[in-house]
Design a protein around this ligand. Structure first.
Ligand code: GLN
Length: 494
């Protein structure tokens, strides 16, 4: 460990490794730790609305079990550290809503694979975090349970769809949280709230029990203050799962293994398309400064081109709704979730249930999806989009011949005002310009804080790596975080 890293980590008493060390040394019990976070949630959630469900009894019972695990001497490295889960993960016995009225009464009868992993690691759940309905959104305003506020400025959005997760970590209502990312939903809210978030290579984390939005794009990942935290969480989350047919069977990796590696010789690719018009000046300046910092650490830069990435948004808004329209057909009022209280016959029950249960954005996506998949339009839209998806992936393949990691802004601007973009879906969709290409290609991406704008709002830096290069990306991010303190800053007055 470099000396500056040691100083940095020591400054953060709430880093996951610091909390784990306190638990292992019996300076604090998991129950006490969970109670401290529950108290903070009770104080802040009424204004931030980051959690949909908090259940102190369940959390403390899980924490007590973690204390027993620690006492038994068989505990894993993060045992006893509590974590918040996005309300997209089925959680046995907990309300699991996916931010929708459709599932507003749904108690999951089983645990998602990700939840199983955290339970097996002895990490108690602090509750279920708010999100855009069915993870469709970039601002958390589509949630049936109301918008989440950005802890840095309560008049602004925290980003989405994992906005509750991002806000709760930024406000230190949880040491870390899970999120999911279909087109940017981990990275963009991480950028808007000044935290670190990572979307893994598609297939590394099981989607079993994660309520499906667009199955070929959805991927779960960690959200926490630092890259080191994310590495430790990724160690828990990843792993083969026979219940997910797209889960990858690979040897277990330690994602923290390269954190301390020096960056000399690192080739950073700067896609010229990501620094073109539409990028806010202050964001551009902060990203440039981060590049300069990495150069000081020994990295070199090379200009690359991702020429087809300009088509990522139209491609995504054909493919994601197509998959969503199919995935969401299961919500019909028959087996679980909302059912219209009054109806004439079965078809009437379906249509009233869906009319009442889904919000406007979800309905819009289902209609687009059904349209692009319909006879006569399939070839013109869906098939074309699949072909361009391939070209986008090919651009990345080509780029990774010249560089080890791709760097750019996470989002074109900083957190916008609540309501500012809600009437204009296209304006909202444009926010994911830089994040969607990695999902389409199945590549890992992460966002880390790299500064603040003049209004005091966090700015996010994005790294995209080649397949399975999570350890490399985390290495770059950690080395950057050893010489900067953006990730350690916290909103004042909370
Ligand atoms: N904002 C994008 C959308 O609305 C991405 C969402 C996500 O990653 N879940 O679809």
């Amino acid at each position: 460990m470099t000396p500056s890293c040691q100083v940095d980590n020591a400054m953060s008493e709430t880093s996951l490794s610091a909390l784990a060390a306190q638990l292992a040394a019996r300076q604090v019990s998991s129950r006490e730790l969970a109670q401290q976070y529950l108290d903070r949630i009770a104080a802040l959630n009424p204004s931030l609305n980051a959690f949909i469900t908090v259940d102190a009894g369940r959390t403390l019972a899980e924490a007590a079990a973690a204390d027993a695990l620690i006492a038994s001497g068989n505990a894993g490295p993060l045992a006893g550290v509590p974590i918040a889960h996005k309300d997209i993960f089925c959680t046995d016995g907990w309300l699991t809503t996916c931010g929708s009225k459709m599932l507003s009464n749904f108690i999951a009868p089983y645990d998602a694979h990700v939840i199983q992993r955290f339970k097996a690691a002895g990490m108690p759940s602090l509750g279920k975090t708010n999100m855009d309905e069915f993870a469709m959104g970039s601002s958390n305003e589509t949630s049936y349970f109301g918008a989440v506020k950005n802890p840095w400025d309560m008049t602004r959005v925290p980003g989405g769809s994992s906005g509750g997760a991002a806000a709760c970590v930024a406000a230190r209502m949880a040491p870390a949280a899970t999120g999911t990312d279909t087109g940017g939903s981990i990275r963009q809210p991480a950028a808007f709230t000044g935290i670190t978030g990572l979307k893994p290579t598609y297939g590394l984390v099981s989607r079993y029990g994660m309520i499906a939005f667009a199955s070929s794009l959805d991927q779960a990942g960690p959200m926490a203050p630092s890259a080191e935290d994310c590495a430790l969480l990724l160690n828990v989350m990843t792993g083969f799962d026979p219940n997910d047919s797209t889960s990858l069977e690979r040897d277990k990796e330690d994602y923290a293994r390269d954190l301390q590696k020096p960056l000399s010789g690192l080739r950073v690719g700067l896609p010229k398309e990501f620094f073109a018009t539409g990028l806010n000046n202050e964001v551009a300046a902060a990203v440039d400064a981060a590049v300069a910092e990495l150069k000081k650490l020994g990295a070199t830069t090379v200009e690359i081109s991702l020429a087809n990435s300009k088509l990522a948004i139209p491609v995504y808004y054909v493919l994601a709704p197509a998959e969503a329209s199919s995935n969401l057909s299961r919500f019909d009022g028959v087996r679980y979730g909302h059912r219209a209280p009054e109806y004439a016959d079965l078809n009437d029950m379906y249509s009233k249930t869906r009319a009442q249960g889904f919000g406007a954005e979800v309905k819009r996506r289902i209609m687009i999806g059904a349209y692009v998949l319909s006879h006569g339009y399939y070839d013109a839209y869906y098939l074309q989009a699949q072909k361009i998806r391939r070209l986008i992936a090919d651009d990345f393949n080509e780029a990774f011949k010249a560089c080890d990691v791709i760097l750019g802004p996470t989002a074109p601007g900083t957190a916008f005002k609540l309501g500012e973009k809600s009437d204009d879906p296209v304006e909202m969709y444009l926010n994911d310009l830089y994040t969607i290409p990695a999902n389409l290609a199945g590549l890992p991406g992460m966002s880390l804080p790299c500064g603040f704008d003049r209004q005091g709002l966090p700015i996010g830096l994005q790294l995209v790596g080649n397949y399975f290069s999570e350890a490399k990306m985390l290495n770059v991010a950690h080395q950057y975080q050893c010489v900067t303190d953006w990730h350690a800053r916290q909103p004042e007055g909370l």
